[in-house]
Design a protein around this ligand. Structure first.
Ligand SMILES: Cc1ncc(COP(=O)(O)O)c(C=O)c1O
Length: 618
């Protein structure tokens, strides 16, 4: 029965209707914020972004002054008043029927972009001035100052943290235009602070969703290519809404009956994908590669005891050494690599030199370059030495979905355990980690009893015991959106997206090799393109590396591109040198969309050298 008690709920009777009213508000704000940003990341760097997040609320026209028709920042909100007002005329979204498109909006807006406005038609969004993202453009700043001036201190500053009187001095918005990220008053940022009274669901969603989108590093923009940070598929995000509304927690059967069963089926499929011919493989859901690598070492320790020594390549992810530290194991023995791949002979030597048990961590898709260790040889060396093998395939594992690419990760099935991340290739929102073991029994190490979650008598009576399928207790049904995605695309559909990224990376690498101002590190094995401005090679000592870092920061601060960096042993005598990288995880982007990024790198390098050489610059 729907009553007052369910007025704010996403689930229960009426829950879907409430979501159907709110989600369009959030989505319009999302689109509006994306349009406002107009690039992969907001320009201006951390100071501009901190100011944006602070001023968006400081400039909140509903915080004080004339009574707006909707709930006010400082005013008490009666539950439901914000959400009950249907979007539509007067809903405060520019470009929607009823939204004000008067002078304030025109003054603030960059041409053609819809801009969110508050219920009175004042600008609640952002604009670019001299290439820098600012709250609401010129008018936004002004309205922010007006709002601060008008604010009733008792209302405006009633935060759950230390109350801070507004000084109205504009400390947060000096005449220079870019406020200090940490105002001297140390006032809490108002954008997502802890107001004592709410503004209502629609308005909160509209304001903060616009802000989040306008200030995001957006992996759906091909120029956002620094990290193994994928743009999620719409189908996965839509599935996540359903999961969030129902909020199954997969730590006990009675909180998640079908979610637990779907997870069981999905993880069984993943286990079979990794271990096509094993007798009893199994897999569990994790929060990502970090947790999976921890599990890999944990299960090894549980099998062989605390004397076990981790052994990993120079190319391994930092989470391997961290897992060893966390588990009380000795620091890993680090094995030499060539071309960012573990050297089998060096591994054999390292294992021979150890006199106790060992767990080797190999990598299928390194963080810096996407290289894949020679897994069959490594597995054979481990077998002969009696060492356990865990493969960190957080990046490369999904190559298994493509008949054309699966050969690149051949040997994965020889590992005792495997880490896979579907928030890399897999196009899931974070978190979507998986950990597979050849022997289901190994996961018995995670067994734990808690009277309130998996009492013995409940298990004996037939209630599935799911608590031991994770190190976590409460946990989201992340397998649900993974399962929906694979059901939508099929394993082969996912594989085709992996193929697209790898093929695009090869084509971008060709562009690099043909570019007069860039030097390639080498052809990609997965979807990472590593390169360096030639100018960096011509500078003496550490100046080349400094140039590389400066180029990356320049593009970041301009809001032009988000590109990665990494150290590789290409300097004299194998000393580390700094490289740039594009990690291509955009499943639809074309090679033409990456050419301007390469040109921007070349231009930034040339410019940086010119500035450095200018007598004025010193
Ligand atoms: C090879 C490798 N392993 C593990 C991780 C950690 O994964 P997560 O961030 O999902 O914990 C990463 C992250 O990029 C990675 O590149």
């Amino acid at each position: 029965m729907e009553g007052e008690s369910s007025a704010w709920l996403a689930g229960g009777p009426g829950g879907a209707d409430r979501l159907a009213r709110l989600i369009p508000v959030a989505l319009r704000a999302l689109a509006s914020g994306v349009a406002e940003r107009g690039g992969p990341i907001p320009s201006g760097g951390p100071a501009a972004v901190a100011a944006l997040a602070t001023l968006a609320a400081a400039g909140d026209p509903g915080a004080a002054g004339d009574d707006p028709p909707g709930p006010r920042l400082g005013g008490a909100v009666d539950a439901g008043s914000g959400e009950d007002a249907p979007p539509g005329p007067g809903s405060g979204i520019a470009g929607q029927p009823g939204a004000d498109s008067g002078p304030a909006e025109r003054a603030a807006g960059s041409a053609g972009h819809p801009r969110p406005v508050d219920k009175r038609g004042s600008v609640a969004g952002f604009g670019r001035e001299n290439g820098t993202l600012v709250p609401g453009g010129a008018r936004g700043r002004q309205s922010g100052r007006d709002a601060t001036d008008r604010a009733d201190p008792a209302v405006e500053c009633e935060f759950a943290g230390a109350p801070v009187a507004p000084d109205g001095s504009g400390a947060a918005m000096p005449a220079s235009g870019l406020p200090s990220p940490r105002p001297e008053s140390s006032a809490p940022a108002t954008g997502a602070g802890l107001p004592l009274r709410g503004v209502g669901a629609e308005r909160a969603l509209e304001e903060l969703s616009t802000l989040l989108a306008a200030g995001a590093a957006d992996p759906a923009d091909p120029a956002c290519a620094a990290h193994l940070h994928c743009p999620p598929l719409a189908v996965a995000v839509a599935a996540d809404v359903v999961a969030s509304a129902l909020n199954p927690s997969v730590d006990s059967w009675d909180q998640a009956p079908v979610a637990g069963e779907l997870e069981r089926q999905f993880t069984a499929g993943i286990a079979r994908l990794c271990y096509p011919s094993a007798e009893r493989p199994d897999a569990v859901v994790t929060s990502g590669g970090t947790e999976s690598n921890l599990l890999g070492l944990l299960l090894a320790r549980e099998r062989s005891g605390t004397a076990i020594r981790p052994v990993c390549g120079e190319n391994s992810h930092h989470s391997v050494a961290r897992a060893a530290w966390l588990l009380g194991l000795p620091a890993p023995v680090v094995v030499a690599c060539a071309d960012d791949r573990m050297l089998p002979a060096a591994l054999a030597d390292a294992l021979t030199a150890l006199d106790g048990p060992a767990v080797v961590v190999a990598t299928a898709g390194t963080t810096n370059t996407g290289r894949i260790d020679p897994l069959p040889e490594i597995a054979e060396i481990c077998r002969r030495a009696g060492a356990r093998l865990h493969v960190d395939a957080a990046y490369g594992g999904l190559a298994l979905c493509s008949p054309a690419l699966s050969g690149r990760v051949a040997g994965l099935e020889l590992a005792d355990s495997v880490a896979l991340d579907l928030h890399k290739f897999g196009w899931q929102p974070v978190a979507a980690g998986l950990f597979a073991t050849r022997e289901a029994a190994d996961l018995g190490a995670l067994t734990v009893r808690a009277e309130y979650l998996n009492a013995d008598d409940d298990t004996e009576a037939g209630l599935p015991d799911v608590l031991g399928r994770s190190l976590r207790t409460s946990r989201r049904p992340d397998a649900f959106r993974m399962a929906v995605t694979v059901r939508a695309l099929g394993v082969r559909g996912l594989g085709a997206l992996v193929e697209h990224c790898c093929a695009t990376a090869s084509a971008v690498h060709e562009l690099v090799t043909g570019h007069p101002a860039l030097r390639s590190w080498g052809p990609p094995e997965l979807s990472t393109v590593v390169f360096r401005p030639r100018e960096a090679d011509e500078l003496p000592g550490p100046a080349g590396d400094e140039l590389v870092a400066r180029v990356r920061r320049t593009l970041l601060e301009e809001g032009t591109a988000v590109i990665g960096r990494g150290l590789l042993p290409t300097g004299p005598d194998g000393s580390p040198q700094r490289w740039l990288k594009l990690t291509l995880l955009h499943p639809h982007a074309t090679v033409a969309e990456y050419r301007p990024i390469l040109d921007a790198v070349a231009a930034a390098a040339a410019n940086s050298v010119a500035v450095r050489e200018s007598p004025v610059a010193s």
